[in-house]
Design a protein around this ligand. Sequence first.
Ligand code: DX5
Length: 249
Amino acid sequence: MNTIEYRESSEMMKLKNANQIQIVPSILSADFGRLAEAVQAAERGGADSVQIDVMDGHFVPNITIGAPVVAALRPVTKLPLDVHLMIESPNRFISDFVKAGADIITVHIEACTHAHRVIQQIKAAGVTAGIALNPATPAVMVQELLEDVDLILAMTVNPGFGGQAFIPRILSKIRTLRALLDRHGRPHVPIQVDGGISIDTAPLVVEAGARSLVAGSSVYNPRNSVADAIKALRTAAHTGLAAKAKKSN
Ligand code: DX5
């Protein structure tokens, strides 16, 4: 049995308050020949963490990054590394990504035969544990995990590629997940969204209850600097908070 170094980062994603916004660039849209620079640009630009999309060509129709790339990126940043596993049987690879330096590991409920066991496996390594739902997966599928997970990722596109269109129907699922978490006494557990997040969709997902916003093509593109993109997303997200506050007054 490999020894896994114990880390104290299961608080990594915990919301400090209900209105804390986390901006998480996804390097899937970055220049793969210059990933270290892309991660450092996110850190300089004020990102809260950086997402690394791991795809196996089975769970999703694309193949991207493995644990060796995570290990290569670990020394180039102090930012938390948020590893999104879009792979089958993720339980087989948790220790590889923990050893590589992941601070957050999110697995898909659709890829886990024993989701509760996999979440415990991640937490036992002291790493923040997230559960992800594909667009077609209803919120109720994670109901039995609400007291265990540190993060819930509601995919706002079908996983596999960057640059896809946001699916508006997921807004009601975000509201349902937020209500479920609050009813279970877990207001500090963030809902993360991923896919089609831009300055247009950020206010919508935040108003619905999301607080961690993953963005790839709206951050890494030739039209803007990474820092400007992160700033614009954070500003847009805050307009979502203002809209929610106005509605509840
Ligand atoms: C897609 C990935 C996303 C992707 C988002 O399966 O999980 O993180 O990079 O890219 P955009 O923001 O371009 O939709």
